[in-house]
Ligand binder design. Structure first.
Ligand code: GLN
Length: 487
């Protein structure tokens, strides 16, 4: 692999500006790397070479004219395959959308193209982003670059694995219950879920609209911060996007954290935590102490209910969002229907995979009359209590830390037979989505088998600058991010 591919976006940008490499050469090197390792990793559903090369050429033209380059111009990036890019297939890794071609761009796509970011591929995911291991994709299984027999995490498994394997420098994922942070942790990279509403969801295929957020993957904290800056902002096409100015996150990365308060989430340091993960988090605590932060223990009493709350709300919302895939307007339609109802039924039976069907059934049940009050309404009330737990915690501390997951990446196939075990993988990440707060996973070491461990940091809503600051300070003390998987 060419050395430049292992570099961060910041370093690659410098090389482009100094004319050490052209954007076209960087894109070509990226596609060469993809050709080499993709047969092993299977991170992508499709390549978007044409748009990537077109954008790279524009970058080179600007450089030749001596014009100022926008942030991240020329840096190869991957979109999760539930985000629209005109002319590309957007499948959500579902058979029902196998041949669906995006008729319009997502807002994040427009923002990236405006900044001349070459989009090189559409990444594999769990079908409709439902899963924690990428094994629910209707297409390929994605392999973890650190050990090909392990899962990359999900649902943004392809987005995470591709950046870890240097098939791209940056990628985007979506996080409804942990789908950015978990794969970032399993693949040893940085993955960040912004505050709900920070990034427009227009053009993202909806899973659970009150929880979904798009966010960045990168190999360094600074790159993730810059990518968030590019994609953030108010969007008239998404009424839940926030009318709050976008910050220059790079300015506060290196702020002194002396005297700042960090809470360690008590419930996530107990039972079920692997020894190696515990040690890594204890080491992180020591790092922060050394830097002058004050560490306290914080209890989040509702945390133990978060999975239950999530699996009522997320499934209820998905049952409604996925109603549109009925063979009439989008994607697959069955061949031999006898009447309209038969067409709906057969189309959906053929088009959706088992996990998506399970969720639609659970969600429809939770919303059905007679059960709505017992399940959906109760879960909404509990969601408020989760938010209140965080509000209270953040009166005492500036940030909360925990492992991103109690364990490192597991073997492909190990949890597919047991949906509940799979759901429990997200115990540390789901609460942030319920509360709408930002969260990040950053590399925090390796277990005895050489698999990456992730440290999760959470801050109050719209405190992304703090989140990146705490992350950057940790990164400066350790060089885990410099280690690249050997594929
Ligand atoms: N693993 C969780 C689920 O299966 C979260 C998915 C996500 O964040 N998209 O729903």
């Amino acid at each position: 692999m060419e050395e430049i591919l292992k570099k961060s976006a910041t370093e690659q940008s410098k090389a482009l500006r100094n004319k050490e490499i052209s954007a076209v050469e960087l894109a070509e090197a990226t596609f060469k790397r993809i050709d080499e390792v993709e047969p092993k990793i299977k991170a992508f559903n499709s390549l978007t070479k044409e748009t990537a090369m077109e954008t790279a050429k524009k970058v080179d033209e600007k450089i030749a004219k001596g014009e100022e380059l926008p942030l991240l111009a020329g840096i190869p990036l991957v979109l999760k395959d539930n985000m629209n890019l005109v002319g590309s297939k957007t499948t959500a890794s579902s058979k029902i959308l196998e041949n669906f071609v995006s008729p319009y761009n997502a807002t994040i796509t427009d923002k990236l193209l405006n900044n001349l970011v070459p989009i090189v591929a559409k990444a594999n995911l769990d079908e409709f982003a439902m899963g924690s291991s990428n094994e629910n994709s209707a297409f390929n299984e994605v392999h973890n670059p650190w050990n090909l027999s392990k899962v990359p995490g999900g649902s943004s498994g392809g987005s995470a694995a591709s950046v870890a394997a240097c098939e791209a420098t940056l990628s985007l994922g979506s996080d409804t219950g942990g789908s950015i942070r978990l794969p970032a942790s399993f693949c040893g990279i940085v993955g960040m879920k912004p505050t709900y509403g920070r990034v427009s969801r227009y053009g993202l295929i909806a899973f659970a609209s009150s929880l979904d957020q798009i966010g960045p993957f990168a190999r360094t904290v600074e790159d993730a911060a810059n990518l968030l800056q590019v994609i953030s902002g108010l969007d008239p096409k998404d009424s839940t996007s926030l009318d709050v100015p976008v910050e220059d996150y790079s300015k506060s990365l290196n702020n002194d954290i002396k005297g700042r308060k960090i809470g360690v989430i008590k419930e996530l340091m107990g039972e079920g935590l692997s020894d190696d993960v515990r040690k890594a988090i204890e080491m992180a605590i020591e790092t922060y102490k050394k830097q002058g932060a004050e560490i306290v223990e914080i209890s989040l009493p509702t945390l133990k209910y978060s999975i239950g709350i999530y699996y009522i709300l997320a499934t209820a919302e998905c049952s409604s969002n996925l109603a549109r895939f009925d063979g009439v307007r989008y994607g697959h339609r069955c061949a031999d229907a006898s009447c309209l109802l038969d067409m709906y039924t057969k189309t959906r039976a053929e088009g959706f995979g088992p996990e998506v069907k399970r969720r639609i059934m659970l969600g429809t049940y939770a919303l059905s009359s007679g059960y709505y009050d017992a399940y959906y309404k109760k879960a909404q009330q509990m969601r408020r209590l989760v938010k209140e737990d965080f509000d209270k915690a953040f009166t005492q501390v500036d940030a909360l830390i925990s492992p991103t997951c109690p364990n490192t990446a597991f073997d492909i196939g190990a949890r597919t037979e047991d949906p509940l075990a799979m759901y429990l993988t997200d115990i540390a990440t789901i609460s942030a989505n319920l509360a709408g707060i930002p969260g990040i996973s950053i590399p925090a070491g390796f277990d005895a088998d050489g698999m990456p461990i992730g440290l999760q940091i959470l801050t109050p809503q719209l405190k992304e600058a703090d989140l990146f600051n705490f992350s950057y300070k940790f990164e400066q003390e350790h060089d885990y991010y410099k280690q690249i998987a050997n594929v």
